[in-house]
Design a protein around this ligand. Structure first.
Ligand SMILES: *Cc1c(COP(=O)(O)O)cnc(C)c1O
Length: 442
């Protein structure tokens, strides 16, 4: 695989790309020359044969083929086995599937990217005998996945900024109860303030007192590559069971998840297309309609992890199709789903299938149903909607829509009983610089 910058420079060193997060020109790393692994997915030499084959063994075989020399000083097998004590699961409903990606520690799909990134960086730091501080701002879901992923690391500390009183009680508990090397900072301000402070620290070396800083945000390819793997797994699994070339429907915000799916397609995965499902923040469905990409400030919805008005992975997504609008459009359909329709979908799935979906997953289920009813895909195609979070992460919204209470897994209810720990600072970059110096400065 090759990682290219906007200015034409490129590298094939994954460790460098992951350590840096963004490219030397400050922009995105674009991915190209993705090796074809279709022989590992289909036919006689497929890794998964009907009825058996585990997730970790599958992804190790794919990584060994795709990135043979890029494991960080430990083998891909060691890395994957320490990252994943959970797996994706294909849940069959009447005439479609949900690819459930919420069985990890924070109960959202971001665990797949965050755990891989954490184990990779840890091994890389050990190999280089370095220490690192991850600095990140969260509006809710990313922080808990990243915090959980790095918990207990001795080479890496994590600092998570969150806006006081603006994230849900459960999200705050998930962030503030990890402790140890994971530091939660409550900022007296908005999410935008938190993000601005983090950006300023990264931009101005003098503010970070010589501390080695890195970010773990969703533009880091160290999160997208592992997300590609669960698409390959689902497609191979379905194919082994006789359903070839599914349509993947992806509830989207920053469009990292959908980009990862298209990377899977470039690696030889057979698909009948993708569906970009959004809430009212619909700049990508609008682009697919009109050919114009027009970022806007985000609006609040009940699927708040998808409230993104200027999706940062969008240029990466279209680049995979050589920025050819006709190609993008022939392969990706887009639908925007209102909050009302999302609630109605949660209710319908609870009543008809006894299935409780989180509001984000419900946006996907609604978009998938729309696409099927419009007969836009081959009639025999299998539809797979990505289940991005556990319904118990959003108990109030699910309960209100369905009159049912989602049962919380122990790892979620446990955090409610643990004591919270967070420092509070003003929404001021100087306050953050002081905090960092006092904690990590030499
Ligand atoms: C982050 C998130 C999304 C959006 O994923 P992107 O990769 O940003 O498009 C959807 N659902 C949930 C639950 C999330 O946490």
């Amino acid at each position: 695989m090759i990682y290219r910058c906007e200015n034409g420079e490129s590298t094939d060193r994954l460790a460098e790309v992951i350590r840096r997060g963004s490219a030397p020109d400050g922009g995105l790393y674009y991915i190209s020359d993705i090796p074809d692994v279709s022989d590992l997915l289909y036919g006689d030499s497929a890794v998964l044969q009907s009825g058996h084959g585990g997730y970790n063994d599958f992804v190790v075989k794919i990584l060994e083929r795709m990135l043979p020399d890029e494991a960080p000083g430990i083998s891909w097998g060691e890395l994957i086995d320490s990252a994943y004590d959970f797996a994706p699961s294909l849940h069959a409903l009447e005439s479609e599937y949900v690819l459930e990606l919420f069985h990890g520690p924070s109960c959202a799909f971001k665990d797949f990217g965050a755990r891989f990134l954490a184990r990779y960086l840890e091994a890389d730091c050990r190999r280089r005998d370095e220490k690192l501080v991850i600095l990140t701002a969260t509006s809710g879901d990313t922080g808990s996945a990243v915090g959980q992923a790095f918990a207990g690391s001795d080479a890496i500390d994590v600092v998570i900024l969150f806006p006081r009183g603006r994230i849900s009680h459960l999200q705050e508990k998930q962030l503030t109860t990890i402790g140890g090397n994971v530091h939660a900072i409550e900022v007296d301000g908005s999410f935008d303030d938190c993000q601005r402070m983090v950006k300023r620290i990264f931009a101005d070396q003098s503010l970070s007192s010589g501390i080695s800083l890195s970010s773990a945000n969703s533009i880091n390819l160290g999160r997208l590559i592992p997300q590609m793997l669960y698409y390959l797994y689902a497609a191979a699994r379905l194919s082994a069971d006789g359903c070839d070339a599914p349509v993947f429907c992806v509830p989207s915000g920053n469009f990292g998840n959908l980009t990862a799916g298209v990377m899977g397609y470039m690696a030889g995965m057979r698909v009948s297309g993708f569906i970009a499902a959004t809430n009212r923040n619909d700049v990508v469905p609008e682009y697919l309609q009109s050919g114009h990409f027009q970022p806007r400030p985000s609006v609040e919805t009940i699927s708040n992890a998808m409230d993104v008005g200027n999706p940062s992975n969008f240029p990466r997504l279209t680049r995979l199709y050589s920025d050819d609008y006709a190609r993008v459009r022939s392969h990706i359909a887009g639908y925007a789903v209102s909050d009302e329709h999302t609630r109605e979908t949660m209710r319908t799935y609870a009543e008809r299938h006894g299935y409780l979906a989180c509001p984000h997953t419900a946006v996907g289920l609604a978009a998938s149903a729309h696409h099927r009813n419009a007969n836009l895909a081959p009639s025999e195609a299998t539809f797979v909607t990505l289940g991005t979070a556990h319904p118990a992460k959003f108990p109030d919204i699910v309960e209100q829509a369905t009159q049912e209470t989602p049962e919380a897994p122990e790892r979620l209810s446990r955090v409610l009983r643990l004591p919270s720990q967070a420092d509070t600072i003003d929404a001021d970059v100087g306050a953050l610089a002081t905090w960092l110096r006092e904690r990590f400065g030499r």
